[in-house]
Structures are given as C-alpha cells and as structure tokens.
Design a protein around this ligand. Structure first.
Ligand code: GLY
Length: 385
C-alpha cells in the first residue's frame, strides 16, 4: 500500500466523500480514513432534501452558499452516477413549504421576499392548485403554501456512497475501522496521521468527522477548542405502493419526503446536545400526528423503519470551513447542521480549491465560516451551545 498521499481526509460521511471526490478528480492522490463504518452518521439519517430555499427564511452567507450548491447538483448527480454506477434517486420536483397557523404566514412572506431579492423563484399555491398537485393533502390544515420549484431531493445514503464509490473508481483509497491515534507534526506543519494500521504521510489533512470529536491528544495538537455539538433528530419511514404525495411537504414542525424508492420519510425532531441513538415512541407519535394532520392517508401504512441521527452544528449554526491557524496544511470542514446533503457539492469544491491552492469563486467571503471564530468564547467559558 502506498503510504504517502497528497491529502488525507478523516471522516467517511457525505462531506468527507465530497472532498475526496473533488480532490481525486483534480488528479491528487487522496486517502480517506473512517474510524467506524462509512456513511453511518448524519449522512445516513438525512431525509435528503436539497432545500436551498425551503431551509432558509432570510438572506445570509450560508443561504448564498446553499444556492450555489444547489445550482451544481445536477451536474454532480450525472458525474457521480456515471462513475459510481449507483442510483442516487435525484428528484427535481420542488418542495412545498406550508403554513399551518395564521401567524406563520408573515414568516412565509418574509422568506419569499428574501428569496426574490436575490432572484430566486417561488410560487404561491392557491387551494385549487395545491389540491390538484397533492390530492391527498388535508387542505383544511394548510393556511398558505409556497412552492420552491428549484429545490429538490435525493436518497441521502446512496448519495454519500456515490461520492465514495466514484472516488474509488477514480483511484482514491478508502479505509474503514481505522483508529486515528495522533497527528504527525513537524513544528507547525502537518506531516500525516498515525493510525492503528500505521503511519500515513501527507502535507494536507482534512477533518470532516461530523459530531465525532477527535481524541484528546489530537485536540491538544490542533490547539483548537472543538465548538461542534450534535442536534439529534428522530425520523421514521413508511412504504406506500401508491404515491400518496408527489412533492416534499415541509411545515414548521414536520416534513414528509416521498423518495423515488417508494418510501415516505417523515422527520424530524430537534434535540440539542443529545448523543444517544434512542428513538422515543413519544417523538415518533408526535411526528406521526403532525404528518397525519397534513396527509391523513399516511395512517393507512405501516411504519417501516425508525432511526435517530446527529446533525453536527456550531453555536451560530454556520459551518467551519478552512485551514487551522495553528498547523499548516490542517483543514476542517464540519458543522453543516441541517444541510449536509444540500451543501456537499459546494463543500467538496470549496475545500478542494483550498487544499490544492487553486482558484475558487473569489467573490465569496469565507469569513463567516472561519473555524476560529469561537476561540475567545471557548477561552472565556462562554460558549453555550
Ligand atoms: N434537513 C432536515 C433536517 O435536518 O431535519
């Protein structure tokens, strides 16, 4: 096995996979190390909405990045399906955002204005239009509906595996179940990674471990206080032979996502700082009741599966993207919160540009994603997730 690489990525989820793919595509020799099994974290739990408009109700740096990411999704899907031979279930039918309470209408209008101010399209749906698009929706439960035509969805685990398989097909090396012991350093230059199966050398190492904090020894080496914490989400799926909904439908406290493989995913709870994987019957019951309120016929189907995942986030809910000041060649890409799948194409391109020191969209200000922006708060003990 060749042990020297142009870059080493730690973390085998969708973000690690996207960076692996983009670097490999650019001709670099890249190794990805995963401490457990591939695609077992947030990437496998995600409902897979590509909700660049639906998830953002105001303009801001992450919204702009999300729009860019959505705009390159189609081309990535084509590339990845070709190289990986996997079907990723990409569906571009839009997402319907609904208000179920009168007081949510103002928020929906503000969201629409924010999107229109940057040239994004959305359409208000009349009752007649909504009924004809979604005959099984309970019109009485909905006070307003906005269709984000350009939003889409994908099967999240397949998408994450497609990144990894496409990278492998292009020559990348991927190793699972590897213990990362410590970093190899020469003063403030990264030299590689010491693992349970030996030392791998590289002048570039990228941490994309989601909610999995590196061990204490590595945190000390990084001189970087870890600001990432989980927001646990529980979800369930039903399988329906007939398509009871045609679009993803998102309300403020529940969403239903009809997948191209016949499942409907219903999600998801939001529980900050919960590290366990337990699925509470009360949570599923609450989600089910909300889903039934919107689409009554869903109660005719059996629950196929329930699960919990951990969205990696930071105190301001913006990601950490860039090189660490303390160690040359040490990068981090983490904290994509509710949007890891949506952001994966742009995260891969951006990190590949930073690591390979090639040009990227220079108009884009990366300061809001500075990995060190919480350092003072951590030192003062005021970092309260
Ligand atoms: N993106 C949906 C969620 O995080 O639940």
């Amino acid at each position: 096995m060749k042990k020297t690489y142009d870059a080493i990525i730690i973390g085998g989820g969708v973000i690690g996979g996207s960076i692996l793919y983009e670097l490999t595509k650019r001709g670099l020799r890249v190794l990805l190390l995963e401490q457990g099994r591939l695609v077992r974290g947030a990437s496998s739990a995600a409902a897979g909405m590509i909700a660049a408009q639906t998830e953002f109700d105001a303009d801001g740096p992450l919204f702009r990045l999300a729009l860019q990411s959505r705009s390159i999704f189609q081309e990535k899907v084509e590339e990845l399906q070709q190289f990986s031979k996997l079907n990723v279930g990409y569906v571009k039918s839009g997402i319907i955002k609904v208000a179920t309470q009168a007081e949510e209408i103002t928020r929906l209008h503000r969201m629409n204005q924010a999107h229109q101010s940057v040239g994004e399209r959305s359409s208000w749906l009349s009752t007649v239009q909504l009924r004809s698009m979604e005959p099984n929706v309970n019109i009485n439960a909905i006070v307003s509906a906005l269709l984000h035509e350009r939003d889409a969805q994908i099967i999240a685990p397949n998408w994450s595996h497609a990144y990894l398989e496409a990278s492998r097909a292009l020559g990348a090396t991927i190793l699972e179940n590897i213990d990362i012991i410590q970093l190899s350093l020469n003063k403030n230059q990264i030299r590689g990674v010491e693992t349970s199966v030996g030392i791998f050398s590289s002048e570039n190492v990228i941490l994309a471990t989601g909610v999995n904090k590196p061990n204490d020894r590595i945190c000390k080496q990084l001189q970087f206080d870890w600001p990432v914490f989980p927001v646990k989400g529980e979800a369930f799926s039903v399988r329906s032979a007939d398509s009871i909904i045609n679009h993803s439908i998102v309300a403020s406290n529940v969403y239903l996502v009809p997948k191209s493989d016949g499942r409907i995913i219903v999600g998801a709870t939001m529980q900050p700082n919960q590290y366990d994987f337990e699925v509470d019957t009360q949570s599923i019951n609450t989600l089910l009741q909300r889903a039934v309120q919107l689409v009554p016929s869903i109660q005719a189907y059996e629950i196929e599966s329930t699960w919990a995942g951990h969205r990696p986030t930071t105190p301001d809910h913006l990601p950490l993207l860039g090189e660490l000041k303390s160690i040359n060649g040490m990068f981090i890409a983490n904290g994509f919160f509710r949007n890891g799948i949506l952001m994966s194409p742009i995260a891969g391109e951006l990190m590949a540009a930073l690591v390979s020191k090639t040009a990227w969209n220079s108009n884009f200000d990366l300061k809001p994603f500075d990995p060190h922006r919480f350092t003072n708060q951590v030192a003062k003990g005021t970092l309260i997730p």
